[in-house]
Design a protein. Sequence first.
Lengths: 483, 92
Amino acid sequence: MDIQTMKISALREAYDKKDISVKEVTECYLDRIEKYDGELDCYITLTKEKALAQAEKAQKRINDGKAEPLTGIPMAIKDNICTVGVKTTCSSNILENFIPPYNATAMDKLDEMDIVMLGKVSMDEFAMGGSTQTSAFKKTKNPYNKACVPGGSSGGSAAAVAADLCAAALGSDTGGSIRQPAAFCGVTGIKPTYGRVSRFGLVAFASSLDQIGPVGKDSLDCGIILNAICGADHHDGTTEKQPVTDFTAKIGGSLKGMKIALPAEFFAEGIDDDVKASVMNAAKEYEKMGAELVNCSMPSLKYAIPCYYILACAEAASNLSRYDGIKYGHRTAEADSYEELIIKSRSEGFGDEVKRRILLGNYCLSSGYYDAYYRKALGLRQLIRKEYNDIFSKCDVILTPSTPSVAYRPDEKVDDPVKMYQADICTVTVNIAGLPAVNTTCGYNADGMPIGMSVIGRKFDEATILQVSSAFENGFDVKKPKL
Amino acid sequence: MDLNTVKYLADLSKLEYTDEKLAKTAGEMTSIMELMDTIKDIDITYDAHLDNHNVYLDGLRRDEIMPSMPTEKVLSNAVNSKNCFVVPKVVE
């Protein structure tokens, strides 16, 4: 039995039939982490003892016949999701020693099912980046080519799933931070509809865009995790109050008659040819399954990057003003005044990219620039929403590339903020409009690097996008990375 | 973006830079703002009514007192806590 490649559904069956114990599976993953993570740098904090204790508790629950879908499933958690009693660093020096006194709601829901938490995984500092190279602690490598980035900001989550260093993971997505690393690492990741999963306990970056979501080995696994973590939460007023349906219910259903939109701007200049060809090949596969391909347009895409960065940075500048070195987080060793304490603590604690985004946010919100930048970006957000609504009035889902290129080497663009921002073109509009989208692998380039495609859905229609992504996965030959 | 503007933004943001870092940041911010300025090409107005006309208040939680986190836990991540947050002297 090849434990590390087993999907959640297979693990569940094996546990319930007593073919395998939770301890065996947990130890298998802990051994792999010890063997491979020294090079990959996925985990910031490994919670070995806690994992073994949780494995024992989960086994008892299974033995008692009271297992839930995720009981005993070994998972990695992105390090911006609060875990009671376990360091949550956000990959930042300013939170290096922060131990949350409470759990994020999503984490509470996983704990209620008795998952096994293997540890906390790396990310770009405060989720600001697309490479995991802005992490103050672990600059994660891509399991398919360790000289390349894993994407970001949930690079630790995606790389850990791809390298079989966990069965599945939680990530968060503000402008593509689940879908882009999932694409670079050849795994599946879903950014749920805004309001689907509580943001309580997720370290805030941009509150109108942030959303927690799963990263898994396939769409079914992501649906199972999403079923567990979603729902209304009195700690987060933006969560959807309506009862949720089973997100896996449509998986396996026919795509006959389904209309799949292909917006021309997502296949235009700036998107690599091998990426375009691979996504179009997937579109043809959908056509063979009975779906109808519909050409459409999204003209506002050319304004998406500035719209996103103005809104996200404005919100970040406000959210990150809470880090003052007083209540929690890094505090400077010496300061003679209250003002100096705050300035020194923040300046020592934040990394360069976080500082840049705070400056940009405050610039766009400052007197004389608010209307020209922030308010105009809000107008653009309305236009982007309208264009999505127009497409969804005629189609069921939208198919696009997840990234303009495959994973790159850090020296190709990580030091150039403008190049890094432009690379988010395929993902940011989904967050701006609050829609759900799932990335799955649709091919590999000549060097064997994964290529991802995104299926975007109507608000709160995660079940349909998982149906569509899963339909492609079923006939697709996944090439695992050679570690 | 000139150095004075970046210095002003740094002050607003409660951040400090060395002169060398300030100059580098000014260059980066200039490139970033060139990208942000592309939104000036489109003539669009934000309609606040569109975003706020259907805000429903009936789903809000009741305004009732709930247990709060114990002081010990609230202070668990603070440096120099003596059952309160300690800061440098503010009033002379």
